[in-house]
Unconditional design. Structure first.
Length: 560
């Protein structure tokens, strides 16, 4: 270990396989492959940050080149190879960051360098960190060498985003998925580090560090470092101080919030939310954690307190279990969908605090409706009424001539015992929706598109069309607009989807380098300015201005 380093994440970085925690299966597999001389051409380590990808890459490089062999690999008195690899100055071990060298030329230089055998070590090793950052051309240039490298050459790739790596590259490597470190294992590890550093940190504060780090060893050590620095020599870092230092939003408040929502306690809900808001929690962070608790409530039976559930302790787990017993899955799914929809609304509202309060109040009423707390008797009568109505419909349908279509008879504005046929009503509503869609079959102008967005209550699309779209040309199934950085990233996708839904035609929306017309908002402002200027030129305005110098034009009503 790098004892000279002052940063805990570097000071306690593993220097041999035994010091790596939480990746026992991966370590054993790598050890066996080197021991039996069945070494792959390339290793691929993937996982979240701080789980040991780069550390494992360096240990593999050491194990392959250590003079003493893998069974007697250097731990204290390093051989020349292990020493140079630890100090990152070995000429045969090239470690590069793909984030800064992404191009095909960088890879060509690498391939050219690979043609020469190692100077002093047994293997020449290329460690490429964040390999997913390489360009498509760079990956293609690497394929041949990766599949059939010289015997002395080995590749080690590290990435946090495995999906961005082409499958042709993944198939040429031996892939190892590094999992998040188990909560209990990580707790014991940082507790041991705390004791070595002679720091005063309570176990509750350490558990909070484990929660926040979410299975990342580096994150846990960095947080512990911050905690130890923030306290004086005689002061212990307790849970309350740790929450303030790390700016942690305790999910226990959210669980209590859910309890109040399902109880229908509006005052309690607003009070808890106010406390959360005053703690400085961002609205989107709040909603993200809100969705996470919803997920736990829905799937608590299939989850465990160990393993991947780093954000829940035993008491929180028990509370969620208790809540889930009294809530139907349908209600949870309804809440989930409602919250996802509200995330879109949040982008177009200026006062997000008030919006979130109203969101929680709407959930209160949504819960009452979904559970039927307000209308149990009404619901029962409605069910009985539907049963009797269904029987009367069946009896009447049997009397209809078989040659006639059931649709032709049922939907002629007929009533049964002065109660309108429900299926008829639904059919008529469906037909009206179809007719409504047919009215929008052809969209011939940009103004008509905005009008349709207004009628369909597509508020976000209408806002973007009026405020951020600079139109170049508008034709049937083709819209060309000037590029504008202010446009929402999902604008083209959302508009294309809605246009297909309304017209049943595929529309092409392209960005142009042309300047384009001003936006609708700009055009309205220009028109208003023109009208104001015309009024200011009138003689009557000048006379009034002389009499009352402080007057300003606020609005002009055109004469009809």
């Amino acid at each position: 270990m790098k004892k000279k380093s002052k940063v805990l994440a570097l000071k306690y970085r593993p220097e041999n396989f035994r010091e790596i925690i939480g990746q026992e299966v991966v370590v054993q597999t790598i050890y066996n492959s080197i021991k039996t001389n069945k070494i792959p051409n390339a290793y691929l380590f993937t996982g979240i940050r701080g789980t040991g990808k780069t550390t494992l890459a360096r240990l593999v490089a050491k194990s392959l080149n250590c003079i003493n062999g893998i069974d007697k690999i250097c731990e204290e008195n390093y051989c020349e190879h292990c020493e140079s690899i630890s100090n990152s100055n070995n000429l045969d071990i090239l470690e590069m960051d793909a984030a800064s060298k992404t191009g095909v030329d960088d890879v060509r230089d690498l391939i050219e360098f690979s043609r020469y055998p190692p100077n002093s070590t047994k293997y020449k090793i290329f460690i490429i960190d964040e390999v997913h950052m390489l360009s498509k051309q760079a990956f293609n240039a690497l394929l041949k060498t990766l599949e059939e490298p010289p015997e002395y050459l080995k590749f080690i790739f590290c990435t946090t985003e495995i999906k961005k790596i082409p499958i042709t590259v993944v198939s040429r490597t031996q892939r190892f998925d590094l999992s998040r470190v188990n909560s209990e294992t990580l707790f014991r590890f940082i507790q041991e580090i705390k004791n070595k550093e002679k720091g005063k940190v309570s176990d509750d504060a350490l558990r909070l560090i484990v929660k926040i780090s979410e299975g990342s060893v580096r994150d846990a050590l960095s947080l512990l470092d911050r905690g130890l620095i923030s306290c004086s020599n005689d002061e212990e870092l307790n849970l309350k101080n740790a929450q303030k230092i790390f700016g942690y939003f305790d999910k226990g408040f959210l669980i209590e919030l859910f309890e109040k929502i399902f109880e229908g306690n509006e005052k309690g809900v607003i009070k808890i939310y106010k406390n959360i808001y005053n703690a400085g929690v961002e609205p989107k962070t709040f909603l993200s954690d809100f969705l996470e608790i919803l997920y736990y409530i829905k799937n608590i039976k299939s989850l465990k307190t160990e393993g991947r559930n780093f954000t829940l302790n035993d008491s929180e787990f028990s509370k969620i279990e208790e809540i889930s017993k009294n809530i139907s899955p349908e209600t949870i799914l309804l809440f989930w969908q409602f919250t996802i929809k509200f995330l879109d609304e949040l982008n177009i509202v200026s006062n997000q605090e008030l919006s979130l309060e109203m969101f929680l109040i709407r959930l209160l009423y949504l819960n009452r409706i979904s559970d039927g707390k307000e209308n149990k008797d009404t619901k029962k009568n409605y069910t009985n009424q539907n049963d009797s109505l269904a029987k009367s419909q069946i009896t009447e349908s049997e009397e209809i001539n078989n040659k006639q279509s059931l649709d032709e008879v049922n939907f002629k504005n007929k009533t049964i015992s002065q109660i309108k046929n429900f299926s008829q009503k639904n059919y008529i509503e469906d037909k009206s929706e179809i007719n409504e869609l047919n009215n929008f079959k052809n969209i011939d102008s940009f103004d008509q598109l905005i009008e349709i967005c207004n009628e369909k209550k597509e508020v976000k699309l209408k806002y973007e069309l009026e405020n951020n779209v600079k139109l170049v040309s508008f034709q049937s199934t083709k819209i060309e607009i000037s590029f504008n950085e202010e446009l929402d990233v999902n604008f083209v996708k959302d508009l294309s989807s809605k246009l297909y839904e309304w017209t049943k035609k595929r529309w092409v929306i392209t960005f142009s380098k042309k300047e384009g017309n001003p936006t609708k908002k700009q055009m309205t402002e220009l028109e208003e300015k023109k009208i104001f200027d015309e009024v200011r030129e009138k003689q009557i305005y000048k006379k009034i201005k002389e009499a009352f110098p402080d007057i300003e034009i606020i609005k002009v009503n055109k004469e009809k």
